[in-house]
Design a protein around this ligand. Structure first.
Ligand code: LMR
Length: 337
């Protein structure tokens, strides 16, 4: 039997399509990028939001076609209550909860919540850079979590729906939303206030409807969540930081191809430098926007006022010293200049 040249072309084309169909799944699986979901609870235009987007940009640039980093801000994918579980279950690969939210995993990170422990974010950064500070990144590996970096936000301010917020006695009997931290719970109890643990996504409504009277947070979180629109006074207490640890599932991390882990580590280091650099400016800019909006009053405090807040919150230290360890507390204190 003789094939015409037209038939030959047809047979050849059919064979190629069949071969292609066979080969495609292999080619696709060899090349399909590793999907990395990064979930967090704040807006894109915050220090953490910006750092997460920078990490995506850098990781995808360093590992072209190998990783697909998907960032889910504003509790879109998982809120506070679920994100730690989600990372352990492998439903999401990266999260960056505030250091206050690891209570269930280690008591050591409670050092960051002790009121007036750090004078400012620079002191916090100095402590985190010490060998002891760095060792905390791996303090939860036995629980399946490995820390890759510390990301900064800023210092917390205290806000309420009341006109007067100058001295500790002004918050007696008021209800405050707090992050899921036993130290913060003790801090508000020491002030004679009533703390209530609550997920970040629920705070605006709780303030608006009067479920709670006040909260503590950074300028960028207050502005991006519009807390200043439902609060009357924000006192510049700077009584503690909101700072984050980027964590991932230790088993997943160890199982990554070495080149991918290396690329992600580099991207994380660069995104950290970037995010920590913009954090201060973002907070200052948002503080100005809050002042310009003219809705909540920004209450400046004197040295004497600050000393009164410090004294009122001091009992908390003794309460948590045992669990945290004196070595950590001393090293953290040393970072203040
Ligand atoms: C909060 O819950 O107030 C903050 O930890 C939110 C955040 O991630 O900055």
């Amino acid at each position: 039997m003789k094939f015409s040249s037209r038939m030959r072309r047809h047979v050849l084309a059919t064979a190629c399509v069949a071969l292609g169909a066979l080969a495609l799944p292999f080619a696709a699986s060899a090349q399909s990028p590793i999907v990395i979901k990064f979930s967090h609870v704040v807006a894109d235009k915050t220090p953490k939001g910006q750092a997460a987007l920078k990490f995506k940009e850098l990781a995808e640039k360093k590992l072209p076609g190998k990783v697909d980093v998907q960032v889910f801000p504003s509790s879109q994918l998982f809120g506070d209550a679920k994100e730690l579980e989600a990372v352990l279950l492998g439903d999401v690969q990266f999260i960056a909860p505030s250091l206050s939210k690891f209570d269930r995993f280690t008591k050591k990170l409670q050092v960051f919540d002790l009121p007036f422990m750090f004078d400012d974010v620079e002191a916090l950064d100095r402590f985190q850079s010490t060998p002891l500070g760095q060792s905390l990144l791996t303090s939860m590996t036995n629980r399946g979590l490995v820390g890759l970096a510390y990301w900064h936000n800023g210092m917390k301010q205290l806000s309420t729906g009341k006109d007067k917020l100058v001295r500790p006695e002004d918050v007696k009997g008021l209800k405050f939303r707090i992050q899921a931290s036993d130290v913060l719970e003790a801090q508000f109890k020491a002030l004679g206030a009533n703390p209530q643990k609550m997920a970040f996504a629920e705070v605006y409504q709780a303030l608006q409807t009067g479920v709670v009277d006040g909260q503590e947070n950074t300028w960028s979180n207050i502005y991006s969540q519009k807390f200043h629109e439902v609060q009357k006074t924000i006192a510049e207490t700077n009584h503690g930081p909101i700072d984050y640890m980027v964590v991932t599932n230790a088993k997943w991390w160890d199982g990554l191809p070495a080149d991918v882990r290396k690329g992600l580590t580099e991207a994380m280091a660069e995104a950290t430098t970037y995010g920590n650099k913009v954090a201060f400016d973002l907070n200052e800019a948002d503080k100005k926007k809050i002042a310009d909006a003219g809705k909540a009053k920004i209450q400046k405090l004197s040295k004497d006022d600050i000393a009164a807040w410090r004294k009122a919150m001091e009992p908390v230290w003794k309460q948590f010293e045992g669990g945290i360890g004196r070595d950590l507390i001393d090293a953290a204190l040393k970072a203040n200049k």
